[in-house]
Design a protein around this ligand. Structure first.
Ligand code: 9MR
Length: 378
């Protein structure tokens, strides 16, 4: 579908959805316009997009979105590859792109167990670092990275994926070497480096009850220490049947009850056959490539395309209902061609998780999302 047909489509939707209603204005043709009274809407960018080498991708970003997240360039291994080496060239370009386009700029992420080099947890003899030394290293990292973009990056994923599926703290090197308070320390260091930045806890599968309970407990403990968490990020690496709409609503309500906002931070919907036992976004999982796991290599059948559109519409129906709690919905990628799901957990699959197809054209799911923004007829 071309851009021209999207505009026409707006008119068509108005006449179909409007039915007997008096002819109103055509629905908006961009995501940021459609949701302007609800929440910010964004995408995670790869380097070619914020460096404007992917012209088509960049154009979609500047037309459709008002907030951006960095898919990889602000992770520890990218900005702090060696003990005395910081490298900010790519991250600087990411932030400059966001400023040029007047976008709400997100930082992702300060503390994680992935994409963090091994040296971070070791002394110069290769032995595990002690608590004090690792805290000092963490402090230096956060002060340097957050401090560099003080007043420019508006919100930070301070800690990413600290919980296991059962809701207990994940046994990462951070936990083992520092102890439970590594999370509190990370938030304190981030607040000290930029007192005005919003600070977030970000994780996947919080829609499952056990993990959600663990996250609620975690946020409560941090709040009891006086830490101001602005929002919990629900990554939203969703499947066609997971989470249910009831799980989605219950999760938003559970965090809202703690007095924090909710951001949907890494949204995509996987239509391919499951290759892991449980829905997860654990990047260390992998599965062997097989034809039956890659059924749509030559195109997405119309019925699946329509089912994806309905699923997106249903989820955005829930997001729109909680517009007072949700402040941002960010997709993890711009077009289907960019998505990490083409290579995870099986390498080389053809995945269809986003709103724009491999040619950068909006899919039926795009229209379904725009429709979900419209106030319902009484
Ligand atoms: O999309 C990212 C991909 O390019 C990287 O190879 C991967 C490696 O860890 O990380 C992906 O992003 C992840 C995000 O940072 C945290 N939540 C899960 C995301 C998908 O794996």
């Amino acid at each position: 579908m071309s851009w021209k047909s999207v505009m026409l489509c707006g008119l068509l939707i108005a006449s179909l959805a409007g039915g007997a209603r008096a002819q109103g204005p055509a629905p908006p043709s961009t995501l940021k316009e459609a949701f302007k009274d609800s929440f910010r809407i964004g995408a995670a960018l790869n380097q070619a997009q914020f460096e404007e080498r992917d012209e088509r991708g960049t154009r979609i970003v500047t037309t459709q979105f008002n907030t951006i997240s960095p898919e990889n360039v602000l992770k520890w291994e990218s900005v702090h590859p060696g003990p005395d080496a910081y490298r900010f060239d790519a991250a600087d370009r990411y932030v400059a792109f966001g400023e040029k386009n007047k976008m709400f700029i997100v930082g992702h992420c300060l503390v994680w167990h992935n994409q963090t080099p091994r040296w971070v947890f070791q002394d110069d003899k290769g032995e595990p670092l002690g608590r004090a030394a690792l805290l000092e290293r963490l402090h230096d990292h956060i002060r340097t990275v957050v401090g560099r973009y003080r007043g420019r990056i508006a919100g930070w994923d301070v800690v990413n994926e600290a919980l296991s599926d059962d809701g207990s703290l994940r046994p990462t090197p951070w936990l083992k070497l520092i102890g439970e308070d590594y999370l509190a320390k990370a938030f304190e260091f981030a607040h000290e480096a930029d007192p005005r930045a919003e600070l977030y806890y970000n994780d996947y599968s919080l829609e499952n009850e056990a993990k959600r309970k663990g996250a609620v407990e975690l946020i409560r403990k941090l709040q009891a220490r006086g830490i101001a968490i602005a929002a919990v990020g629900l990554q939203g690496h969703d499947k066609m049947g997971w989470p249910t709409l009831a799980q989605q609503s219950a999760t938003i309500e559970a965090f809202s009850a703690l007095g924090v906002k909710v951001n949907i931070t890494e949204l995509d919907i996987d239509v391919l056959p499951a290759a892991t036992r449980q829905p997860t976004a654990e990047v260390s999982q992998s599965a062997q490539a097989q034809d039956k796991l890659n059924p749509y290599a030559s195109g997405l059948p119309d019925e699946v395309q329509q089912a994806l559109a309905k699923r997106y519409g249903d989820l955005f129906g829930v997001f729109a209902k909680y517009r007072g709690v949700i402040t941002r919905v960010t997709f993890w990628g711009v077009t289907d061609a960019d998505s990490w799901l083409n290579d995870w957990p099986v390498k080389g699959r053809t995945s269809y998780p986003l709103l724009f197809d491999r040619n950068g054209e909006p899919k039926p799911a795009f229209e379904a999302v725009i429709r979900a923004a419209a106030p319902k007829a009484p």
